[in-house]
Design a binder for this molecule. Structure first.
Ligand SMILES: [Fe+2]
Length: 400
């Protein structure tokens, strides 16, 4: 294995991890949305080269087109190195994924799997010494036009878990998402059936407030969201992933219950910090607070410079194109559009609130919240045998 990588930055814009050494070239072909916020429907062809060695390109079907990509791998505590990690499963149905190799003692192996329709980074985080693993923020596919639930994204995670022989002990949610449906319950069911070991579904202890609020709003029967999570984490509660120590960090702002999960020198921060060229997550949902998000963001940026912040979403802008799962604390302190060093709370709150006022409602808002307060369990069938979700009508000024 080589231990050096040439650095060359091509067509990615200026905001990228400064601690990386990776050569990336990208070109685009119109295909489908990677970036809902930009309102574009595009996909991409990504070529990632590690020099002088490299993993072979993998080609995968992507709506009858091809994505070419290479796996990139890195030591989770030091800069990227050239140990090429073959992605064990082909990319299918528009899901790009990157595998990593863990290395130093006390640090995890991290698999970041990007779900393109909702711009969500899903993670499988494993202890290499025991193969114990957790899955963070898995996506359940939902087609709002066909009203169809499918499990392609989750099945890709299951395949990865199987190929790596991981034992999944926990499925972790950072919060009740408003833009995608969680696959937590589906995965729990499938993993239990396949391995005879039921992983717990965990979330922050304040989820009850969120469940109550949206349960009432969407007329979800209380018994369908009561006791659906197996573990409610206290602030700063520690737990184990095999021999690794993980910590639940309360990071309110996007939602009041929001957690990040710190594992070694990595924080899976959900919807708090996004890539530096996007900045931060919106704060205009019920219980959200730009003031709280500023404090949560600065809490993350008070961690040591080398700590990696793994984001819950990415919506790559035109000048970057490639979704990126992480940046270091130092990168964010220097480059984050909303929270870099020197930006005051008042300035942040003003920018955040101005931006939030212009954002459209998430495309899957109503469906997501009704499924996610149930921890991904489906609504109980009606007498007619249908599983129903409610969608509020927007009547505006119409009355009769
Ligand atoms: Fe969210």
């Amino acid at each position: 294995m080589m231990n050096s990588v040439k650095t060359s930055q091509v067509a990615l814009g200026s905001l990228r991890p400064t601690t990386n050494s990776i050569r990336v070239t990208t070109s685009r072909t119109p295909l489908r949305s990677l970036c809902q916020h930009a309102g574009k429907r595009t996909a991409y062809i990504t070529k990632t080269s590690h020099s002088p060695m490299g993993a072979g390109f993998q080609k995968a079907s992507f709506n009858n087109k091809l994505i070419e990509r290479r796996a990139w791998s890195y030591n989770s505590t030091r800069s990227m190195h050239s140990v090429a990690t073959k992605i064990s499963s082909a990319v299918t149905n528009g899901q790009a994924s990157y595998s990593t190799e863990a290395t130093a003692a006390g640090e995890p192996t991290i698999h970041a799997v990007f779900e393109t329709k909702t711009g969500t980074w899903q993670y499988v985080v494993a202890d290499p010494s025991t193969s114990a693993a957790v899955i963070i923020d898995p996506v359940l596919d939902y087609d709002p036009a066909a009203l169809a639930v499918t499990t392609s994204a989750a099945d890709t995670l299951l395949k990865l878990v199987k190929e790596k022989s991981y034992k999944v002990d926990r499925i972790l949610e950072t919060h009740a998402h408003a833009d995608h449906l969680t696959a937590a319950s589906y995965l729990q069911n499938r993993l239990t059936q396949e391995y005879g070991h039921k992983p717990s579904i965990g979330i922050g202890k304040r989820i009850g407030e969120v469940q109550k609020l949206f349960g009432r709003r969407y007329a979800v029967p209380q018994e369908e969201y009561s006791v659906v999570f197996d573990k409610l984490f206290d602030d700063d509660e520690q737990f184990k992933i095999g021999n690794l120590v993980a910590t639940a960090m309360h990071l309110p702002g996007h939602t009041p219950d929001h957690l990040g999960y710190k594992v070694g020198d990595n924080v899976f921060c959900g919807d708090s910090l996004f890539h530096a060229d996007i900045g931060t997550a919106r704060c205009d949902f019920p219980g959200g607070s730009a003031h709280s998000l500023f404090k949560s963001g600065r809490k993350l940026l008070s961690l040591p410079d080398h700590v990696k912040i793994w984001t819950g979403h990415d919506y790559p802008p035109e000048d970057r194109k490639t979704p990126m799962p992480w940046m270091s604390v130092q990168d964010h302190k220097r480059q984050n559009k909303h929270l870099r060093d020197g930006i005051t709370e008042e300035e942040f709150v003003s920018v955040r609130q101005e931006r939030d006022a212009k954002l459209a409602e998430p495309r899957l808002l109503h469906q997501s919240l009704q499924i996610n307060i149930r921890a991904g369990h489906l609504p109980k069938p009606t007498e007619a045998g249908h599983r129903m979700l409610h969608v509020p009508l927007k009547l505006k000024d119409v009355k009769w």
